[in-house]
Design a protein around this ligand. Structure first.
Ligand code: FAD
Ligand code: 2HG
Ligand code: ZN
Length: 448
């Protein structure tokens, strides 16, 4: 492929072709999805992004937009020799409006940097998850990222007020004025949230901020059964408006994390199910929090208020992803169940997996506050989809979603019909072909 046109847009040093330079852009975070690319293109600003997309459209070249490459569904890597369009250089945080509690951020700004910029003005960004220091604003919008605080603040879509994006013909749509009430037709930002790079390339976003809450308490609670942990989740959410996160994991995941990272036991009493709970407020929520915890069926609890101690408790939960990956690339299924189905699903899913692959190991953890469970399965060949089929069919049979927060990517396209009717799929295809008639934007992602 002759790349001189791209080099003249972004400069030769920002068109990477050497395999050693492009490799990290062609394999996903888990190592399960590997591809190749003729080039990784690294534009500096919206104008260059538009020129690159225009060049791709004119030359019929497919492109995979990429931010931090922390996506977990194989949607961020070039599996069919697409060009990688890296947005990481669009990393400016600008125009913080401390009065309104809004900020405009480039697509390549990491979530961690966005949070820090917000906190410097007495605000905070309401979406948070473990990959915060690598995942970007553009990737978060494209996947509609969720994380641990969705029950309190909503998902990424709920934060996005406006978006600037480059469409498949290289035109730029921008609506970054920050008006909270603005009913002037189709809401393109909502459409782009969760579009996984298939409808446009996000170059910047106007997001809402939430008040920064300085007083925080984190508790790790141990339970005898998952039912007790889930009942406690409901009580905590109902009784304590200050609850920001209720996260679930189990004894086998805790053992793995402890062994992998050499961590000591959180408390002496062994438990079967664990919750990490964080509450935050302007006033210290510890006493109210402790009085609610006293009413729960806990076997043991560890409470932390200092920043280091809080981080140490969170580590038992957040280190699951890394610890599991060190076993070997897992099959990752990220699902939501209706609240009444969650405990039953936890009880059944291991048997379903064992029935198709007895030697596979199932790891369960997730965001209890919003019914989102992560089902990771290790000991499965990357291309063996029997386990995925068994788990996702069970999810659909119990009225759940096959993607709570990571998206469909290439990993789950085959099962999209479990959640979406043929009419819905036809409507999605119509939107795709209207906005990207030549199918150059992430063509192997999302739509079957
Ligand atoms: P990438 O991985 O680069 O891309 C993801 C998708 O977005 C791809 O389809 C890509 O084409 C598209 N895309 C990227 N940038 C743009 C752009 N500017 N314009 C258009 N399309 C674009 N996710 C959660 O929701 N909740 C969690 O709790 C969570 N925890 C995680 C923990 C770890 C340790 C890891 C590794 C991942 C986790 N993730 C989680 C998944 C991941 O971080 C999110 O999906 C994140 O939003 C991806 O952002 P990114 O910048 O890395 O995007
Ligand atoms: C989390 O909640 C992330 O930690 C990653 O969404 C989930 O590793 C996973 O499957
Ligand atoms: Zn998650």
């Amino acid at each position: 492929m002759n790349l001189t046109g791209l080099e003249s847009i972004v400069g030769a040093s920002n068109v990477l072709t050497d395999a050693a330079m492009t490799e990290s852009y062609t394999v996903d975070w888990t190592g399960r999805f590997r591809g190749s690319t003729p080039a990784v293109v690294r534009p500096a600003d919206t104008h260059e992004v538009a020129e690159v997309v225009r060049w791709c459209a004119a030359n019929g070249v497919a492109v995979v937009p990429q931010g931090g490459n922390t996506g977990l569904v194989g949607g961020s890597v070039p599996l069919r020799d697409e060009i990688v369009l890296s947005l990481r250089r669009l990393d400016a945080v600008s125009d913080v409006d401390a009065g309104a509690g809004q900020v405009t951020a480039g697509a390549g700004v990491t979530i961690g940097d966005l949070q820090r910029a917000a906190r410097a003005t007495g605000w905070d960004y309401g979406v948070d998850w473990g990959a915060r220091d690598t995942a970007t604003v553009g990737g978060a919008i494209a996947t509609n990222a969720g994380g641990s605080k969705v029950a309190r603040y909503g998902d990424t879509r709920a934060q996005v007020i406006g978006v600037e994006a480059v469409l498949a013909d290289g035109s730029v749509v921008a609506h970054l004025g920050g008006l909270l009430k603005d009913n002037t037709g189709y809401h393109l930002p909502s459409l782009l949230c969760g579009s996984e790079g298939t409808l446009g390339v996000v170059t910047a976003a106007r997001v809402r901020l939430v008040p920064a809450l300085s007083e925080r308490v984190v508790a790790l609670l141990g339970f005898e059964t998952v039912d007790q942990a889930l009942r406690a989740t409901s009580v905590l959410r109902r009784s304590l408006p200050s609850v920001e996160a209720v996260e679930l994991f189990f004894d086998d995941g805790l053992a793995l994390v402890r062994e992998t990272f050499g961590l000591s036991a959180p408390f002496a009493t062994p438990a079967s199910a664990y919750l990490v709970v964080e509450a935050a407020d302007h006033e210290d929520p510890t006493d109210t929090f402790a009085s609610v915890v006293d009413e729960l069926d806990v076997l043991a609890a560890s409470v932390a208020t200092s920043s280091d101690d809080r981080a140490a408790l969170w580590r038992y939960r957040e280190a699951h992803t890394e610890a599991i990956n060190l076993i070997g690339p897992p099959h990752k299924l990220d699902v939501t169940l209706p609240a009444v189905e969650l405990a039953g699903f936890v009880g059944e899913v291991r048997q379903r997996v064992a029935a198709v692959l007895p030697d596979a190991r199932v790891w369960l953890f997730g965001h209890a506050a919003d019914g989102n469970l992560h089902v990771n399965v290790t000991g499965v060949d990357p291309d063996d989809e029997r386990v995925d089929d068994a788990v996702l069919s069970l999810v659909a049979a119990r009225g759940g979603s096959i993607s709570a927060e990571h998206g469909i990517g290439t990993a789950k396209k085959r099962w999209l019909h479990l959640n979406r009717s043929s009419e819905e799929l036809a409507a999605m295809r119509a939107i795709k072909s209207a906005l990207d008639p030549r199918g150059i934007l992430n063509p192997n992602c999302l739509l079957p």
